[in-house]
Design a protein around this ligand. Structure first.
Ligand SMILES: NC(=O)c1ccc[n+]([C@@H]2O[C@H](COP(=O)([O-])OP(=O)(O)OC[C@H]3O[C@@H](n4cnc5c(N)ncnc54)[C@H](OP(=O)(O)O)[C@@H]3O)[C@@H](O)[C@H]2O)c1
Length: 422
């Protein structure tokens, strides 16, 4: 080994929050060979100082101190598109390698930043950006690079999984969301998580790496989990299923089918077994078959492990396998059965009207389920329809929405079928 290789790589942390402070703590606890923390940057840095960081480390609230320093590797752990994106760009321009956990930035600008890194002969690693401490990205880039991946199905948002797995045990949405917020799993404004936007950014990153498909984030349909009620879990159980927020992408001819949203998942699927804040990703390979990754998708320490693993990979000379991806269109037209839950004020003829609207769109009813114990004044029931594309079903549901007997907006969930990989 040459002297240059034996020298320690200088490392700077941008953002000393949950992940940044865990990274620093683990670096000092485990003292991995070949790296040395030299800078910690954060705004109002006096609030952040801790006594376990040695005096050799420079604390700063001026990012220029890092960008103009001799740091070899910058760990971007501040988050968001701005100004973090500009810091990453400038670090790469200056020939510094970057490790980031920032899924938003990588989903939106990952391809351009990756190109910039290559043009400067440095590295951009982002293993922590999807599924936190679960090594899905390195697993795809290295362990599965020899396969042709055709399908990804995952539970990519721990907050939604916490909420839905609590609801599976009988809780209602609103109190569980409050509990998730009190535990620090959900933000005061939970939209990014519950509306599926966080999971969608992660699915776009995985599609790029696994399917080699560059899809635009906004093109992937995302559906919120907020309309799910306890009654839906009761019906799901009757059907041998549960409900999870599922992110899916699949290569089909010259497009990618992709969606994020709550789905009915058969109890026999590994995706139904994940509870709490756990993340799980199932990838289907043309040659190697299915592989499942699971574990802690978030939290300071699990995410820091992924960041430090990337840091060590760079420091010890590994490089991610450069998989070319191509721009490709997105469609949400999965051909699946649907679970449709109505809440009505009962009167004769409702089923006939619903069946008529579905038949007009050539959609067949597979089953009708009605649990006892509800009054005719407020009656939930479920219609399962045979596999159909979402477009015609949407038209039928728009017609049904005009019926005066409906007391609530209709809930429409796709059902993940075993033959679709569940
Ligand atoms: N937490 C997780 O479980 C997890 C899991 C996977 C990926 N990630 C990703 O990891 C990154 C960091 O997340 P986190 O949970 O550690 O966030 P966090 O606790 O909010 O930490 C971010 C830190 O960066 C600082 N910061 C933010 N914007 C800044 C700015 N403009 N100038 C200077 N300092 C700034 C913040 O300072 P203030 O204290 O002043 O706000 C804070 O100390 C994000 O990209 C996130 O998506 C997090």
């Amino acid at each position: 080994m040459s002297d240059a290789q034996a020298a320690k790589m200088k490392v700077a942390i941008l953002g000393f929050g949950t992940v940044g402070s865990s990274v620093a703590r683990i670096l000092f606890d485990s003292q991995p060979a070949g790296v040395e923390l030299t800078h910690i940057f954060n705004r109002n840095v006096a609030r952040k100082r801790v006594d376990w960081v040695p005096s050799s480390v420079q604390w700063t609230e001026n990012v220029e101190d890092v960008l103009s320093s001799h740091a070899d590797i910058v760990l971007e752990l501040a988050g968001g598109l701005d100004p973090a994106g500009e810091w990453v760009r400038r670090a790469l321009e200056a020939g510094k390698s970057v490790v980031t956990a920032n899924k938003k930035l990588i989903a939106e600008h990952g391809i351009a930043l990756d190109k910039l890194a290559r043009s400067k002969a440095c590295h951009l690693f982002y293993g922590a950006a999807v599924a936190g401490g679960v090594p899905v990205i390195p697993g795809l880039q290295q362990g599965l690079a020899g396969d042709r991946i055709t399908r990804i199905e995952g539970i990519l948002n721990g907050t939604c999984n916490f909420i839905l797995s609590k609801m599976e045990d009988g809780a209602e949405f609103a109190p569980v969301l409050k509990e998730a917020q009190a535990l620090g799993y959900a933000e005061a404004d939970p939209t990014e998580d519950v509306a599926g936007f966080d999971a969608r950014a992660k699915l776009v990153i995985l599609s790029r790496i696994a399917l080699r498909a560059d899809v635009t984030v906004g093109d992937v349909p995302a559906k919120s989990i907020t309309e799910i009620a306890a009654i839906d879990f009761a019906y799901a159980r009757e059907m041998g299923c549960t409900i999870r927020q599922i992110s899916r992408a699949e290569l089909r001819n010259d497009e990618v089918l992709a969606t994020v949203g709550p789905m009915l998942v058969p109890q026999a699927s590994p995706l139904a077994w994940s509870h709490g804040t756990e993340n799980m990703v199932l990838v289907g390979g043309a040659y190697g078959g299915d592989v499942v990754f699971s574990g802690h998708g978030a939290g300071g320490n699990p995410t820091a492990v992924a960041v430090i693993s990337d840091l060590l990979a760079i420091a010890h000379g590994s490089c991610a396998v450069g998989l070319p991806s191509r721009k490709i269109g997105v469609s949400g037209d999965f051909l699946l059965r649907h679970y449709i839950r109505f809440v009505v004020k009962d009167r004769p003829g409702i089923i006939a009207q619903i069946a008529g609207a579905l038949a007009e769109q050539e959609i067949n009813i597979h089953a009708i389920l009605q649990k006892p114990g509800h009054t005719k004044e407020n009656l939930p029931f479920v219609v399962i329809v045979e596999p159909c594309p979402p477009g015609p079903l949407k038209k039928a549901l728009e017609k049904i929405a005009k019926l005066d007997c409906l007391l609530e907006p209709t809930l429409d969930l796709q059902i993940l079928e075993p033959e679709n990989g569940a």
